[in-house]
Design a protein around this ligand. Structure first.
Ligand SMILES: Cc1cc2nc3c(=O)[nH]c(=O)nc-3n(C[C@H](O)[C@H](O)[C@H](O)COP(=O)(O)OP(=O)(O)OC[C@H]3O[C@@H](n4cnc5c(N)ncnc54)[C@H](O)[C@@H]3O)c2cc1C
Length: 413
């Protein structure tokens, strides 16, 4: 569980089964908002003075051979989902870790396969759950026009409106991956970003910058014979064994992202907050931006503070801006900032959060959008983040919030 969330002084944790959840959602809570825990990887799945609703009893899973869709309870992790799909030779695009839960899917999570297979939210075919009012719902891609606002709202902004209990997901053929990672000098990053912007959709670049700068390139193309983008990385990464191309039979075998960028050698627990921005291809803007970020990296207030990024484009751009709450469909990059501090170090927390805001400001011009995968309703920048995440769709979302969660039982919008 996220370390900050697990240290929170909550009112308690409730883990109702599907039947009891319906009753619970109609009870007065005494304290709002209710915090929802699925994978439990974000800092706000539990917080001081709030009840936590744990979805661990929502773990059913059913693969439909005829449609190649999978129906899941939302208490499962992405690793459990992929393990259940493996015998059928199928998978869904997950992120850089199998630890995340349905929050990853519902907030528009992305990963190394997103450029060819879309965002996780784009796989959703149907959803069931309970609105903040306590009313149950069941919606699918072929819902009536009357429900289309609600469907759009759930596709990327569900945490503000409902507890989603079941998902039906479209699956993809299980895909082996080739991967190449290593450490580079930061001066090489702008050129590398511009190279990656020309890569085919089957390839993606991820990087993580802390004490060192790690790059992590993934190729999912079937063509293993012609030298592709991974081979072109040889002059940058060198020839030592760590930089060799690795073969993974599925996303679950991916090596741990970011492990080369810094060593938390003592494995001390660290508190952190994360914010992710979204922006289009950088082209020549890459150079001045990376120079600016390099200066910020030198000023990191804690060893575990980092700037990282993952690449979008291709399939993620082919979905209409108006059809989901993930509106930044022109994005090529999601840089994210990790602000870290030692538990209990309040001054360190302030310094790291201030650093996160400064880096976010540096990125804002090139990356005006925001990926709201981590809720920050306890931080001063929350309102600004909502505007950057949902743009012109925010007023309509707020209207829906007033209809579907009028008492604010779920996080504020
Ligand atoms: C190790 C690690 C790797 C990651 N890699 C990636 C990545 O590659 N790509 C990427 O995009 N993101 C990535 N993330 C970010 C992560 O996907 C988001 O923080 C996501 O929101 C986590 O969801 P969760 O269910 O694991 O966490 P939780 O903390 O359990 O959930 C996060 C929030 O989502 C909401 N929520 C969760 N489930 C439901 C539900 N069923 N109904 C309503 N609301 C719900 C709640 O508000 C909850 O507080 C990563 C995070 C970690 C820790």
């Amino acid at each position: 569980m996220n370390c900050l969330a697990s240290d929170a002084e909550t009112l308690g944790c409730l883990a109702p089964n599907p039947k009891l959840l319906k009753q619970l959602m109609r009870q007065p809570l005494g304290s709002t908002p209710l915090r929802i825990r699925s994978g439990g990887t974000s800092s706000r799945c539990a917080s001081d003075g709030c009840w936590t609703l744990d979805l661990r009893k929502h773990r059913e899973i059913h693969y439909q051979e005829h449609s190649q869709n999978i129906e899941i309870g939302t208490g499962l992790t992405m690793a459990e989902l992929l393990q259940a799909l493996r015998p059928h030779g199928r998978s869904v695009p997950i992120g850089l870790s199998g630890l995340t839960g349905s929050g990853f899917i519902l907030t528009g999570g992305m990963g190394p396969l997103s450029r060819s297979q879309g965002l996780a939210v784009d796989s959703i075919q149907a959803m069931e759950g309970i609105w903040g009012t306590g009313e149950p719902f069941s919606l699918s891609t072929d819902q009536s026009a009357e429900n289309s606002r609600q469907w759009r709202a759930l596709m990327g902004a569900a945490p503000f409106l409902a507890v989603v209990t079941r998902l039906r997901l479209r699956t993809q053929p299980l895909q082996p991956l080739r991967l190449r990672r290593g450490l580079i000098h930061p001066s090489l990053l702008p050129e590398l970003l511009q190279m990656a912007e020309q890569w085919p959709e089957t390839c993606s670049l991820q990087w993580s910058w802390g004490e060192r700068l790690e790059i992590y390139a993934v190729d999912s193309s079937d063509d293993q014979t012609t030298p592709g983008p991974l081979a072109a990385l040889a002059p940058i990464l060198g020839t030592d064994h760590q930089a060799a191309v690795q073969h993974c039979t599925s996303q679950l075998e991916q090596p741990r992202f970011g492990s080369l960028a810094s060593e938390n050698a003592s494995f001390q627990p660290v508190h952190n907050e994360v914010t992710g921005r979204l922006g289009p291809a950088l082209g020549r803007k890459a150079s001045p931006l990376i120079e600016r970020l390099s200066a910020r990296i030198q000023q990191r207030p804690h060893d575990e503070c980092r700037i990282s990024a993952q690449q979008l484009g291709g399939a993620t751009t082919r979905v209409n801006r108006e059809s989901t709450s993930f509106i930044h469909r022109d994005s090529m990059w999601k840089p994210w900032i990790t602000a870290a501090w030692n538990p209990g170090d309040l001054a360190g927390r302030e310094r790291s959060l201030q650093w996160m805001d400064q880096v976010s400001d540096d990125l804002r011009q090139a990356c005006p959008g925001l990926h709201l995968a981590q809720l920050h309703d306890h931080l001063p920048g929350h309102q600004r983040e909502l505007v950057d995440a949902f743009g012109e769709w925010l007023p309509e979302l707020r209207q829906l919030k007033s209809e579907l969660d009028p008492e604010g039982r779920l996080p504020p919008l």
